[in-house]
Design a protein around this ligand. Sequence first.
Ligand SMILES: [Zn+2]
Length: 78
Amino acid sequence: MIKKIDNLGRVVVPKGYRQMLGLKPGDPLDVDVEGGVITISPHQDGCVFCRGANVAAVFSRKNICSDCLEGIGSIPDA
Ligand SMILES: [Zn+2]
């Protein structure tokens, strides 16, 4: 999908994408740039898995709480 940036630097997120992610007007978004790529993602304050507030680690810009971190550590190899 090709979108054009306007004079103020704005880009419209397609309605289907907003619905897919449950985004509503006023929701905070994280905007990052890395390797020439701009990413826009829903802002997450808590753990990416359980939404808990007790964030113990950040991996790939995703918050993980201590309980989920412990759970991940006990996942058997595939
Ligand atoms: Zn968690």
